[in-house]
Design a protein around this ligand. Structure first.
Ligand code: NAD
Ligand code: MG
Length: 383
C-alpha cells in the first residue's frame, strides 16, 4: 500500500446526497478524507445545504428548479455555489472539478447524469441501478470509449465484481445473485399485505422505493438486468438464490466447480467504500461479521409463483430493446401508487405485467428511444 492514495485526490460528486446511499457515502468520504466537489438533491434543500456546508462542497444542486431561491438563501455567505434543474445534474457530473461520482438518485431520473459522467470519463460508482436496467449496454459502451471505470455499489454487484477480479467471463459458469427474500418471504397470501409491512425490511435499511422493490423481489429482477450489462453475462446464467441472513452478498460459480463468494455485514458503507478505493481495501467504519455469532447461513430457491417479478425480468431481458425500460418505469409508477395508498401490493405485479405485454420486442435502441419509451409509459399509466 502506498500513502499517496488515489481516492483522496479524486473530488467526489454525490448525485442524490440526501438519500440513504447519499448519507452513507458522505460518512465514508469523511472517514477516508475524500474531498467533495458537488452534492445534489431533488427538493430537500435544508438537508442539502446543511450537508454541503458540513463537508465544504464547492457546489450544491437542487433538481427541482422551484427550490432554487431557497437553496441560494440557505447558502448565502457560505461560498458554496447553488445550481438548479436537471441539466445542472449533468453539469456537475461532467465538471473538471469532479473526479469521481456516486450515483445515488433513485429511479430513471438518474439516467442522463450517469451517462454524462461516463461520457466525461469520470470514475462512476453506480448505486442507482435503474439507468443500468434501461441503458446498461449504452452506458458500458460509453465507458469503454471514454475510459470511465464503472464500479458497482449495489451490494450483490460489488460482491460479483470482487469475485470476478482477475478472471474472465469465459471462466464463469453461473452468477448466483443472492437476496434476503424481503419481509414477505414466508407469507403465503400477499393480497392483504400493507405498506407498513412492506416497508419493514428484515436486514437492510434503505430508501422507500428500493424497500418496496425488495418486498416484491422486483429489486432482484432489476439486479438481474443490471448484472447482465455490468458483467457481460447472459441472464440465463444469472440465478437468484434467497439467502435470508444477507451475509453472502453474491457468488460466482466457475466452470471447474469452484465457487467464490463475498461476505460482509448488511451495511452499504462497505461496498460504497470499495467502489471509492478500488483496487485497494483500506480501513473503514464497518467491521467484518463475527462468524462465531452467526447461527446459520441458508439458501433457498425463490418462489416465482408468489413473486412473478423474477420471470418478468427474464422476459424483459429476452425481449430486449425498450422492454427493460418499460418494466422499470411501470414498476416505478406502481410503487409510487402503492406508497401513496392508491393501490394494493399485488397491483404492482399486475401493472408491470400489463405494461410488458404491450411492448414490441427487440430492436436497436438509442438513448433517445429509451427516454421516449420511459416518458410514454409514464404518461399512459398516469391517465
Ligand atoms: P432514497 O430515496 O433514500 O434517496 C434518493 C435520492 O435521490 C435523494 O437524494 C433524492 O433527493 C434524489 N432524487 C429523487 N428523485 C430525484 C429526481 N427526480 N431528480 C434528482 N434527484 C432525485 O434512495 P436510496 O435508497 O438511497 O437509493 C438510491 C439508489 O441506490 C436507488 O437506485 C437504489 O435502487 C440504489 N440502491 C440503494 C441501496 C440502499 O441500501 N439504499 C442499495 C443498493 C442500491
Ligand atoms: Mg442490491
Amino acid at each position: 500500500m502506498t500513502d499517496d492514495r488515489g481516492y483522496r485526490t479524486r473530488a467526489l460528486t454525490i448525485l442524490g446526497a440526501t438519500g440513504s446511499i447519499g448519507i452513507s457515502t458522505l460518512q465514508v468520504a469523511e472517514h477516508l478524507g475524500i474531498p467533495i466537489y458537488a452534492l445534489t438533491a431533488h427538493s430537500k434543500v435544508e438537508q442539502l445545504a446543511a450537508q454541503a456546508k458540513a463537508c465544504r462542497a464547492a457546489v450544491a444542486v437542487v433538481a427541482d428548479p422551484s427550490c432554487y431561491a431557497e437553496l441560494k438563501r440557505l447558502l448565502s455567505g457560505s461560498g458554496i455555489r447553488a445550481l438548479a434543474g436537471p441539466a445542472a445534474l449533468n453539469e456537475v457530473a461532467q465538471d473538471p472539478g469532479t473526479g469521481a461520482i456516486v450515483t445515488a438518485i433513485v429511479g430513471a431520473a438518474g439516467l442522463e447524469a450517469t451517462m454524462a459522467g461516463v461520457q466525461a470519463g469520470k470514475r462512476v460508482c453506480i448505486a442507482n441501478k435503474e439507468p443500468m436496467v434501461m441503458a446498461g449496454d449504452l452506458i458500458i459502451a460509453a465507458a469503454a470509449e471514454s475510459g470511465s471505470p464503472i464500479l458497482p455499489i449495489d451490494s450483490e454487484h460489488n460482491a460479483i465484481f470482487q469475485c470476478l477480479e482477475g478472471h474472465h467471463q469465459s471462466e464463469v459458469s453461473e452468477i448466483l445473485l443472492t437476496g434476503s427474500g424481503g419481509p414477505f418471504r414466508t407469507i403465503r397470501d400477499l393480497s392483504a399485505v400493507t405498506r407498513e409491512q412492506a416497508l419493514k425490511h428484515p436486514t437492510w435499511s434503505m430508501g422507500p422505493k428500493i424497500t418496496i422493490d425488495s418486498a416484491t423481489l422486483m429489486n432482484k429482477s432489476l439486479e438481474i438486468i443490471e448484472a447482465r450489462w455490468l458483467f457481460g453475462i447472459e441472464p440465463e446464467r444469472i440465478r437468484v438464490l434467497i439467502h435470508p441472513q444477507s451475509v453472502v452478498h453474491s457468488m460466482v460459480s466457475f466452470r471447474d466447480g469452484s465457487v467464490l463468494a463475498q461476505l460482509g455485514r448488511p451495511d452499504m458503507r462497505v461496498p460504497i467504500q470499495y467502489a471509492l478505493t478500488w483496487p485497494e481495501h483500506v480501513p473503514g467504519p464497518v467491521k467484518a461479521p463475527d462468524f462465531a455469532q452467526l447461527a446459520a447461513l441458508t439458501f433457498e430457491t425463490p418462489d416465482s409463483e408468489r413473486f412473478p417479478s423474477l420471470r418478468m425480468a427474464y422476459a424483459a431481458a429476452r425481449m430486449g430493446g425498450v422492454a427493460p425500460t418499460v418494466m422499470n418505469a411501470a414498476n416505478e409508477m406502481a410503487v409510487a401508487a402503492f406508497l401513496a395508498g392508491r393501490s394494493t401490493f399485488l397491483d404492482i405485479f399486475r401493472t408491470v405485467e400489463h405494461a410488458l405485454s404491450q411492448v414490441v420486442a427487440g430492436g436497436q435502441t438509442t438513448l433517445g428511444d429509451i427516454i421516449a419509451a420511459d416518458a410514454d409509459i409514464r404518461a399512459r399509466l398516469a391517465r
